[in-house]
Design a protein around this ligand. Structure first.
Ligand SMILES: N[C@@H]1[C@@H](O)[C@H](O)[C@@H](COP(=O)(O)O)O[C@@H]1O
Length: 353
């Protein structure tokens, strides 16, 4: 391994537990954001937007918002709202547009937020890791204070913004139980980071045959599965795909053969169905990784089971605990491939159009 490979990315993945804590404390100082925006019932639809990782965060946030507040929410790539807004969110209802962007500088999110300015049915706000950014200057924003990164790929920025939005959503829905769950997640986080590093390194070091990587997840975990896949793709350029877990059976499973890893982000609510898919993929020759709250007898068939704890928590609250393992899988696969996780091929931190 070249000596400095990963010197930016590694500490960022490792620092996500502190970043959650920072987000929690910062939200305590931004309560008015919840009252004015996410918690304001005059908004009949809450539309989360972002690009790349931030779009996958939007998918996960919209799913959690619907479940925890019982209100309508959706997620789109920022470009869809900028260029195809009539098709995306039609009608005259009162809408809240929530821009998600680590940098607060990606062209599409800025343009999308600008494009609805002055339209009476739209109100805009956002979440970022950079308080000085264009987005933070243009619209009221939540800011994850320790989420800022030097690396091109988003790791602790994703976890901390996901977590911060979740706490804000739980408060917006008057769901004190979920707020308490998220507090527990903070205390479980450091352990998943430490163990995630060891397990990911060990798996990649000892299974050099793995050359295709599939991530599966449903509900709030669907956005996480896409993000896990993007992490690996950005850092290591290996073949990776992501799907809804049961959707994978409807065609895509044809790609499974020995040398394929299938990682299922197990929920508690659909666990039995998801395990059936995992077992089927193992029968086709896949190396099966399960990420779950607790092992249980029903997971004994898997090649690797990564426990995050928190089995009494809701699937949504547990979400950020699933990230360290998949981020480290991206990281160690990049090193295995002789690639520097800090400077992915063809990529920049911010894309401008
Ligand atoms: N290569 C980066 C991605 O890693 C990132 O997910 C995306 C969104 O960036 P931001 O959240 O700053 O808008 O931008 C670029 O495409």
């Amino acid at each position: 391994m070249t000596q400095n490979y990963g010197e930016l990315t590694y500490p960022e993945i490792a620092g996500q537990s502190e970043a959650l804590q920072g987000a929690w404390e910062q939200l305590g100082k931004q309560q008015e954001f919840i009252t004015n925006y996410l918690g304001n019932k005059k908004y009949e639809e809450v539309v989360f937007i972002g690009s790349g990782t931030s779009y996958y965060l939007a998918l996960s946030a919209a799913s959690t918002f619907r479940k925890w507040t019982g209100r309508s929410a959706s997620a789109y790539p920022s470009s869809e709202i900028y260029l195809f807004s009539e098709q995306a969110v039609a009608g005259n209802k009162n809408k809240l547009l929530v821009g998600i962007s680590r940098s607060g500088e990606s062209s599409e999110v800025i343009l999308a937020l600008d494009s609805v300015k002055g339209k009476p049915e739209w109100t805009t706000c956002g979440i970022t890791c950079d308080v000085e950014s264009t987005m933070a200057k243009n619209v009221p924003c939540l800011v994850s204070p320790l989420g800022k990164e030097k690396s091109t790929v988003m790791t602790k920025s994703f976890s901390s913004m996901t977590f911060m939005l979740q706490v804000a959503i739980a408060k917006a829905g008057g769901q004190q139980g979920y707020v308490a769950e998220l507090q527990q997640v903070m205390s479980l986080s450091a352990d998943t980071v430490t163990r995630g590093q060891v397990e990911a390194k060990n798996m990649i070091d000892t299974h050099s045959e793995l050359n295709k990587f599939i991530y599966l997840g449903m509900g709030t975990y669907n956005g996480l599965a896409h993000e896990a896949c993007l992490k690996l793709k950005e850092m290591s350029c290996v073949w990776t795909e992501s799907f809804g877990t049961l959707e994978f059976r409807h065609g895509p499973k044809s790609v499974i053969e020995p040398g394929t890893m299938v990682c299922v982000l197990l929920s508690e609510s659909a666990r039995a169905f998801e395990l059936k898919v995992a077992e089927e993929m193992q029968a086709y020759g896949a190396y099966v990784v399960l990420i779950t709250a607790e092992k249980g007898e029903d997971t004994s068939f898997a090649d690797l089971v990564f426990e995050v704890g928190g089995s009494s928590l809701s699937d949504e609250a547990r979400a950020v605990l699933y990230m360290p393992l998949v981020q480290y899988i991206g990281y160690y696969t990049a090193l295995r491939e002789g690639r520097n996780p800090d400077s992915p091929r063809n990529l920049t931190q911010v894309v401008k159009i």
